[in-house]
Design a protein around this ligand. Structure first.
Ligand code: T4K
Length: 401
């Protein structure tokens, strides 16, 4: 690490100076804290020789999640995308489903993959989650469901969306890929809508290498999801419906069980890192740190800033290029919005007309590094670079031209 503060803009790595970090600082680094605990569970897996197909660790993992979230049913799935596909199918979604465009592409693909047209809806500029007024405008007789996304781990406007879904008599599910461990009004995320879907991908604060889950308290829906995840088998040799292979492996479940033991500590550490960013970035002109917990119960796994180019005097992409040169691998999730990616750009070329907030955010958001490899000093160094860049943005802008 190079701790030397920048004195002039020529010290910026973009203009030939030494980078702030010698090695790449990733937006997140997959958690390895529970390596020993994970490895200790593998002997049993090898002794039993059962590696998949509803093994004992998967069952235990599901039971622990049910207990933690206070939901009746958890179905562990091989990844979050397949979990979304299964949840959409199990709840009877078809034709058209309302989704935000400002989300990871998997939210839209999970629908399109099974012939359901994602109808892209705008998000609230403050919360970055589905704007209920926009959802209301998008509802038509062809709407067969709504998928809200708890983006950045911050719950959607669950009450307003539930009211809309009830009124339209369509199922509401939540893509809670970012929201494991977060809560809303004292209830854990997982308890809302017809079902909620988690991703336990390696990049998440809680992970099973690859993995995901659908949770619901609707027993009929849970039974359908169990069938869908296992090719439609209801017994050893009886197939009662179409299904897919959505099963989680025992090795993934072992990682999940190990991770659950320290989840509270991990979330606390994330909140502390968020607090450090908040302190260091307070009052930086044109940089707004997004609140990571709308009602104080977020998991703070993403550190999201919005760049206001008029006051910052630099665009988001200029700032990002300067950070990358310093080996700070911040990311512009979820640029440019699903509607501007294929196949949606071709299938729905005018979708952007309804998506003003989405397009604005897609051009302004940067996600900064966090996770267990980030300490207070690194956070301070990253913030110092941002402060230096913003403080010298007029000069930098001239030089970039
Ligand atoms: N819905 C939403 C709203 C989602 O955000 C996602 C996934 C899904 C649904 C679908 O869930 P899954 O089917 O993925 O379970 C990542 C993840 O691949 C993806 O899971 C995630 N959202 C999305 C937001 O981000 P990238 O593009 O960030 O991956 P990558 O490879 O650039 O990794 C980022 C950093 O993480 C790297 O710089 C280093 C670190 N890393 C990554 C991997 C894969 C590790 O330290 N270890 C690793 O094994 O996509």
């Amino acid at each position: 690490m190079n701790r030397q503060a920048k004195q002039s803009i020529s010290d910026l790595a973009y203009f030939g100076g030494a980078p702030c970090f010698e090695r790449l600082v990733h937006v997140v680094h997959a958690s390895t804290l529970q390596k020993e605990r994970f490895l200790s569970m593998l002997d049993g897996v090898f002794e039993r020789g059962q590696f998949s197909n509803d093994g004992p660790l998967v069952r235990e993992f599901e039971r622990r999640i049910e207990e933690r979230l206070k939901v009746k049913h958890c179905m562990a799935i091989c990844n979050g995308t397949t979990a979304l596909q299964i949840a959409a199918r199990a709840t009877g979604m078809r034709d058209e489903v309302i989704v935000p465009s400002f989300t990871f592409i998997a939210t839209a693909h999970a629908l399109q993959w099974q012939g359901i047209r994602p109808v892209f809806c705008d998000v609230d500029p403050e919360t970055h989650t589905l704007d209920p007024a926009s959802v209301e405008r998008m509802l038509t007789p062809r709407t067969s469901g709504i998928v809200g996304v708890h983006l950045w781990g911050v719950p959607c406007d669950i009450e307003a969306l539930s009211t809309l879904a009830r009124g339209a008599q369509v199922p509401l599910i939540f893509d809670a890929a970012h929201a494991f461990g977060a809560s809303h009004n004292g209830r854990m995320v997982g308890n809302f809508g017809s079902a909620e879907v988690f991703s336990f991908h390696a990049t998440k604060l809680f992970h099973t290498f690859e993995g995901g889950a659908v949770v619901t308290s609707d027993s009929g829906l849970a039974a359908e999801i169990r069938l869908l995840r296992n090719f439609g088998f209801s017994d050893y040799d009886k197939v009662v419906s179409i299904g897919i292979n959505g099963k989680m492996s025992e090795v993934s479940a072992a990682m999940g069980l190990a991770g659950l033991e320290i989840l509270d500590r991990v979330i606390e550490a994330n909140r502390a890192r968020y607090g450090s960013y908040a302190r260091h970035l307070a009052d930086v002109r044109g940089i707004a740190l997004k609140d990571c917990s709308a009602d104080g119960d977020g998991n703070c796994q993403y550190i999201v800033i919005e760049v206001e180019p008029d006051s910052c005097l630099l665009t988001r992409d200029q700032l990002l290029a300067l950070l990358h040169a310093e080996n700070i691998l911040a990311r512009r999730y979820f640029y440019p919005g699903c509607h501007r990616m294929e196949p949606y750009l071709t299938l729905q070329p005018s979708a952007g007309r309804e998506l003003r907030n989405t397009e604005r955010l897609a051009d302004r958001v940067i996600v900064l590094p966090t996770g267990e490899r980030m300490d207070e000093i690194m956070i301070e160094q990253i913030c110092d670079v941002i402060k230096f860049v913003v403080g010298n943005s007029a000069l930098i802008r001239l030089r970039l031209k």
